[in-house]
Design a protein around this ligand. Structure first.
Ligand SMILES: [Zn+2]
Ligand SMILES: [Zn+2]
Length: 353
């Protein structure tokens, strides 16, 4: 089985497996530079994934100790998991957007107990039933998976070229899936002269056959209140779905000749994929407004939303993700003035206006 694909013009990808995950693989890109290969994402921190990455690099005519730098699209463990190991082996730098680096720093500092308390408060505020929240209260965690991600040592600055000698790779900030997600625009002619502007490493932002998860940005330090409170106590209310839709339009306007995503496969015609996704989200928001003719908590909304299977069949952890996604949609509808919190409701319920 080939794990390596040659995309031409000094760009290859390695299919690095994600253990026990329906996504299957992360596509780790190897970009040749005048100072040695640079990786875009690294894959899940697992011995088998590391072996695949190593074998793939050998097939590319290089090895982990020759890596010059690591550019991370976002902090998720299927992208950033092996970065630390690559840096230990090669002395490579690791670059990430500041907003995701802040999450990495927080994750490293957060005690598991604090995280469970945060999740308990968050789910209770979203209207989760007691039988769902109870296991979190009694959990006596020692460690959490991915609790000690590597701290990046370089910052990806939106709009700027990355330090890749001999290449033009520009950072495009695309918040939504995470607050610091970036796409990387390779501003060079397409090796097969496909029409359009260069190539775009799109991370999880733009994928050919799946829509990325958009939930509320997690912040266990935000003790000021549950994310669903009508009036937040601190700072500005984030709107991840709004961020995501703006970011989609931004990469659509770039009109890259080819998109090199972090999962699935490379594809052309980014603008039409962007339009599909924008339409999908517009339809989904309209569908939710139809559900919100009667007041619903985020949990109740999640139960009624369309998922890839019946709510009863959705496993525990995925329900938490589903509720977060429902909350992100409610946030968007409230921002658009199309839904509002019902005054005095506890947990807060929302209704279409
Ligand atoms: Zn992700
Ligand atoms: Zn991913």
């Amino acid at each position: 089985m080939t794990q390596v694909s040659d995309h031409g013009g000094g760009v290859r990808s390695i299919r690095v497996p994600i253990p026990d995950n329906p996504l299957g693989h992360t596509l780790v890109y190897v970009v040749d530079t005048d100072r040695g290969p640079v990786l875009i994402d690294t894959g899940w921190d697992d011995p088998a994934s590391w072996d695949t990455l190593t074998e793939g690099l050998t097939m590319c005519g290089t090895s982990p100790d020759e890596i010059h730098g690591v550019v991370i699209t976002h902090h998720h463990p299927d992208h950033h998991g092996l970065s630390g190991r690559v840096r230990e082996t090669s002395g490579a730098w690791i670059a990430m957007h500041a907003a995701d680096t802040a999450i990495v720093r927080r994750t490293r500092e957060t005690q598991p107990g604090h995280w469970f308390a945060y999740m308990t408060a968050k789910l209770t505020a979203a209207g989760a039933p007691e039988e769902h929240v109870a296991p979190l209260r009694s959990a006596r965690p020692r460690t959490l998976p991915g609790l000690c991600p590597s701290l990046p040592d370089r910052e990806i600055v939106p709009g700027e070229l990355l330090d890749l000698p001999g290449r033009r790779l520009r950072a495009i900030w695309t918040p939504g899936h995470t607050p610091g997600h970036v796409c990387l625009h390779l501003e060079e002619q397409h090796p097969a002269h496909l029409p359009g502007h260069g190539r775009l490493f799109s991370g999880d932002h733009l994928l050919p056959g799946i829509t990325p998860h958009i939930g509320l940005y997690e912040d266990p330090d935000d003790d000021g209140g549950a994310p669903t409170r009508a009036k937040p106590s601190v700072g500005e209310v984030t709107d991840p779905l709004g961020d995501y839709l703006d970011s989609l339009e931004r990469v659509g306007r770039l009109a890259p000749a080819e998109v090199l995503p972090a999962h699935q496969h490379a594809f052309a015609d980014a603008p039409s994929r962007v339009r599909e996704l924008l339409t999908h989200h517009e339809e989904r928001l309209t569908g939710l407004l139809n559900l919100l003719t009667a007041p619903l908590t985020p949990w109740q909304l999640a139960e009624r939303m369309e998922w890839n299977r019946a709510w009863e069949q959705i496993p525990y952890g995925s329900r938490n993700i589903a509720v977060s996604e429902a909350e992100a949609h409610l946030r968007r509808l409230v921002k658009l003035g199309r839904a509002e919190a019902v005054p005095g409701s506890e947990p807060v319920a929302y209704v279409a206006v």
